[in-house]
Ligand binder design. Structure first.
Ligand code: C6P
Length: 396
């Protein structure tokens, strides 16, 4: 049996998304900017996809949604674009973010520090979320941008987006949210949330890889990163990824359609898995269930090194991760675990399990059984992380 529990890294493409994309590879493969029919026949599908994206996040006619290659690009664009507009060519010098953002935000901020920008990395509490009071203390009249994620990719914890946007408004500061792990898991409404920018990546909600987007409120000025042929109204040059855009449109529409299923059924399966895990001695999960997106568990399994666990599960066809996919080859401790103040040995015991609407009950039962067995096996042989039980909850 193969069980995929790494949906925060990427997801299966919904078959209906793939079906809609197919004709744009070998039949309607024209460049949408060409004047001939091969180009123009792609327009209706592109228009439909953009409408689906606008409708899903509740963008309006004054707003802009620009298609990018992924959320990494969207995040870099916002941070560097605001730097050009408000800092290098303006009178601001400060950006606020959190210490648990995705590397595409943190690394872009670190780069801007080398250019003289002051960056505040807000700490997080023991659930891995910022405290609003810390934001209030950090924000000032030199702050150009606040960039705080909607939901964390490792813990699934939801951030207080509305409260953050209200504070940003009070200070006239632009607010960007990385919405990658929110879309398809919770309802994302950019008007209600009051964000100025929102990043997303199609492959996180059963769309194709290599396509994402950036929502821009009231078409706010933002210096482009990619100059060239004036595509996307001059905001982001490069020939349009027609199949990708069509797929992203359908995928976001489907994500909307399944949002109740996500809240009820995906949550039920996630809770079943989590309840089974926390019954085991010395297994802890970060953050209260009701504070998280419905699909994610970040567990710490005392005495079991994360990577050892992954390889053990992999032998039984189960895919999980120790944290974000882009950091997993580094074999370092989980950075979010570190940020919430977990002791060094626990930060190496992280196991992230993330479900999707394609996850079945049978798969969860299989995963529970094999995770239990893996813990038993690995605790028995663990030398680096000698395991001495500290609490006794179950037979393990
Ligand atoms: N997180 C994970 O395993 P791209 O790779 O550009 O499509 O998405 C980047 C990205 C940005 N923000 C958040 C919150 C994310 O979770 C990700 C991708 C994956 O957690 C891969 S590192």
């Amino acid at each position: 049996m193969r069980v995929y529990l790494d949906n925060n890294a990427t997801t299966i493409v919904d078959p209906s998304v793939k079906e809609l994309m197919d004709p744009f590879f070998c039949q309607m493969y024209g460049n949408p900017n060409s004047l001939h029919q091969f180009g123009s026949e792609t327009h209706p599908a592109l228009k439909m996809a953009m409408d689906q994206i606008y409708n899903s996040i509740n963008a309006n006619d004054k707003d802009d949604v620009v298609v990018t290659s992924c959320a990494t690009e969207s995040n870099n664009w916002v941070i560097k674009g605001v730097y050009f507009d408000k800092i290098k060519n303006g009178d601001k010098n400060h950006i606020i973010t959190s210490s648990v953002e995705h590397p595409s935000v943190i690394s872009a901020c670190k780069f801007l520090e080398t250019q003289g920008v002051k960056v505040t990395y807000l700490p997080v509490n023991d659930e891995g979320v910022i405290e609003i009071e810390d934001l209030k203390k950090a924000i000032n009249d030199k702050t150009a941008l606040v960039s705080i994620m909607w939901a964390n990719n490792e813990t699934g914890m939801l951030f207080p987006i509305k409260e953050i946007s209200e504070i940003c408004k009070e200070y006239g500061v632009l607010f960007h949210s990385d919405g990658v792990q929110a879309i398809g898991k919770v309802k994302v409404n950019v008007q209600d949330a009051g964000v100025d920018f929102l990043s997303f990546s199609a492959h996180k909600f059963h769309g194709p890889k290599g396509v994402g987007g950036l929502y821009i409120k009231n078409s706010e000025a933002l210096t482009p990163l990619l100059h060239g042929g004036e595509h996307m109204g001059g905001r982001r040059s490069g020939t349009l990824n027609v199949a990708g855009i069509v797929g992203m449109g359908k995928a976001i529409e489907m994500a909307d359609k399944y949002i109740d299923y996500e809240y009820k059924e995906v949550r039920r399966l996630r809770d079943k898995l989590e309840d089974a895990l926390v019954k085991i001695d010395d297994v802890f999960v970060v953050g209260k269930k009701e504070h998280r997106v419905p699909n994610t568990i970040l567990a710490s399994i005392k005495g079991v090194e994360g990577e050892g666990m992954l390889w053990d599960l992999n032998k039984y066809g189960i895919a999980a991760s120790t944290g974000s996919a882009c950091a997993s080859e580094a074999l370092e401790s989980n950075p979010v675990m570190e940020a919430i103040g977990a002791e060094a040995d626990l930060a190496h015991t992280a196991l992230r399990l993330s479900l999707s609407r394609f996850t079945t009950e049978k798969e969860i039962d299989y995963a529970i059984e094999h995770i239990k067995q893996a813990i038993k096996r690995l605790r028995a042989i663990s030398s680096t992380y000698a395991y001495a039980p500290t609490n006794h909850k179950s037979e393990l």
